[in-house]
Ligand binder design. Sequence first.
Ligand code: UD1
Ligand code: UDP
Length: 374
Amino acid sequence: MKILTVMGTRPEAIKLAPLAKRLSETPGIDSRVCVTAQHRQMLDQVLAIFGLVPDHDLDLMRHDQGLPWLTGAVLAALDPVLADHAPDWVVVQGDTTTTFAAALAAFYRHVPVAHVEAGLRTGNVRSPWPEEMNRRLASGLASLHFAPTEGARDNLLRENVDGSRIVVTGNTVIDALLAVRDRIAADHGLRAELSAEFGFLDPNRRLVLVTGHRRENFDGGLERVFGALLRLAGRGDVEVLYPVHLNPNVQAAANRVLTGRSGVHLIAPVDYLRFVHLMGRADLIVTDSGGVQEEAPSLGKPVLVTRDTTERPEAIEAGTARLVGTDEDDLVRQAGELLDDPDAYARMSRAVNPYGDGRAVERIIERLVRAQLH
Ligand code: UD1
Ligand code: UDP
């Protein structure tokens, strides 16, 4: 069975690396990896950590690329790879432009698509934008749907997807997270190196770890979140650490509001090993990232989600994440409550595992093999 796994951005690579590695070790499977390189540096960081060497690198990223251009570029550049390799399956993950365009390219070549992390929905096509539409379109193009949770499966069933084509697997991000967490735990030298590298952090101050990059927050939302971060840093007992996403719109806003401000550390995106270490160190995480919402509950870290909608309700229901939106006062108030009220903090910092048990990859491969046999 020939499987072509296609990925383009940092989160897709984190979530597909454990699958691609395992596929390459599975007898009877000819597994290849194609990166669109929708992201470049942030993708390469992940490939390096997981020791993943792509068979095809389309090297597409351009500065401040537009969605129509990128969509067309993925379609045009992937088609010859599909024609050459003639895979039995194309595997895509999530809801990026690479996900949707690669699924469409496969459809045009009559290659069945397996969609990992299928069935997430906010119900609002404008939020997250354009991801909610990308994931719906990917569902329309896919023949196998690997849903991370029962809720995601129910979403697909409501859209009349054939139940026999859906498998609830857990999210592969937990496979990645546990592997990296174990790697750090097993390596004393590495732990010492990571601690030294972040030795600039003050052990006497609480650490608020931040990520933020959503397009629907470009229109003022990011700035309001940054205003709240400045006020939190101004308390004196809190430090903010923010590895700034390389999207130029995010860079510009972060530099404008946060550069050189006391108690705020802006750093370049860190590799996944380092980010897992930092999540472990953090007292509180403020994020609009999908992946971080899935990882933090496993680590028992409270998360304030700076979005108006989420397609990941499980952590909210479990009580470890809260949807706070991008209102400055609200964010300051909710973060303050967690920092000042030990009971409120304890309630949100229980480790729970709504997104998986680290065996998603196993379940995905089992179903792909079964599809080939029938
Ligand atoms: C993309 C995805 C988003 C996903 C996010 C994860 C789409 C439409 N957006 O958003 O769903 O949540 O990735 O991070 O698919 N850049 C670099 N180096 C990098 C990465 C990005 O310089 O390694 C800059 C480039 O100028 C690039 C720009 O960021 O043109 C935007 O990248 P793009 O992938 O189009 O959008 P993201 O905002 O990263
Ligand atoms: N992450 C990372 N380095 C960083 C920031 C985040 O490795 O500096 C990881 C994080 O643990 C999560 C993923 O990147 O697994 C999230 O990526 P991103 O926020 O870019 O995308 P999203 O999850 O919103 O699609």
